[in-house]
Design a protein. Structure first.
Length: 178
């Protein structure tokens, strides 16, 4: 009976160590952000391949730990939408299309918003006494004006809510209107 209790407690300890290990590193978010970019690039490249769009050589890679993009020829921001437009932006692509289509547009940009919410929460856990404005903008995705709105909040939870709400809004824009 005691062995089982020790095994359960040991299981919880291992789970906590694995879950909280990123918090122990000095630069908490760099590896997380790099992983998020890699995942979004992978989804983007898969969508491009499924769409029959540009060959892999026509996907513009901007270097390590940066988002892959493609030209407007394959995902135009006006005119007749392509299959890739529908994959990236959903059922009403031209209303959401960006002038530089890329991995950050997956699911109409919802995944980058969810990643930002996660990064804010992770930063808050690692730095509970820090101000929300102290989050390095390199650890978040999006234009400076939007990041400024989010980080201008009075708390980490308000910044988290900002990104979650924007993420759900982007995702709902991806879905068909009912």
């Amino acid at each position: 009976m005691d062995i089982r209790k020790i095994a359960v407690v040991g299981g919880f300890a291992v789970g906590a160590a694995v879950t909280l290990a990123p918090l122990a590193s000095a630069d908490t978010l760099t590896d997380t952000v790099d992983s998020e970019i890699s995942t979004l690039n992978s989804i983007f490249v898969s969508e491009v391949a499924i769409s029959g769009g540009p060959a892999s050589g026509e996907i513009i890679t901007n270097g390590a730990n940066t988002f892959d993009t493609t030209t407007l020829q394959y995902a135009p921001d006006s005119g007749t939408p392509t299959f890739l437009d529908y994959e990236l932006y959903g059922f009403n692509p031209i209303s959401s299309a960006s002038s530089d289509p890329g991995a950050y547009d997956v699911f109409n940009g919802a995944l980058t918003e969810f990643d930002d919410a996660y990064n804010v929460a992770l930063y808050a856990m690692a730095n509970p006494d820090a101000a929300v404005s102290s989050i390095p903008t390199d650890d978040l995705f999006g234009p400076a004006s939007i990041l400024g709105d989010a980080l201008g909040a009075n708390s980490f939870s308000a910044a988290f809510d900002f990104f979650i709400v924007n993420g759900f809004s982007d995702f709902l824009g991806y879905l068909p209107s009912l």
